[in-house]
Design a protein around this ligand. Structure first.
Ligand code: DQA
Length: 145
């Protein structure tokens, strides 16, 4: 099984940005944690982070025919991007939306997710463990097929 872990703007600033909200774990340590988890489960994982909407769209398109699942934290683009929604719908790869913070308990604008309707599940507010839960959801789904 091949999974793409996609992160949007400012996720590269984890550990530095608003630690009270996002914690002190860095982006690098998030990658290492997810990589170790995938290794133990025999999953082939690829990571991609960008601060640019079009680059994220490109990466989703490139995953067509290659990835069996996507874990996406679109970050701020969650709340604005029809382009990411359309890209996920276009490739039709099972996708789980992840947010480190509990978006529904923050500002009103964070309650809106454009990508959600293209995702099989959403995990919010479980910190970086949410990425591991997302992988489990994709794995379970893959096993059933
Ligand atoms: C986030 C929540 C978003 O509202 C925010 O713009 C982010 C990170 C999260 O992981 O909690 O950048 O997606």
């Amino acid at each position: 099984m091949k999974i793409l872990v996609l992160n949007g703007p400012n996720i590269n600033m984890l550990g530095i940005r608003e630690p009270d909200i996002y914690g002190r774990e860095t982006y690098q340590s998030l990658i290492e944690k997810v990589r170790d988890y995938c290794k133990a489960k025999n999953i082939d994982v690829e990571f991609y982070q960008s601060n640019h909407e079009g680059s994220l769209v490109d990466k989703i398109q490139e995953s067509y025919g290659k990835a069996d699942g996507i874990v996406i934290n679109p970050a701020a683009y969650t709340h604005t991007s029809v382009a990411l929604l359309d890209a996920l719908k276009a490739v039709s790869i099972p996708t789980v939306e992840v947010h480190i913070s509990e978006v529904d308990k923050r500002e009103d604008f964070r309650r809106v997710s454009y990508v959600r309707s293209a995702c099989i599940a959403t995990i919010s507010g479980h910190g970086t463990d949410g990425y591991l839960e997302a992988i489990d959801i994709l794995l379970k789904r893959g096993d059933n097929k």
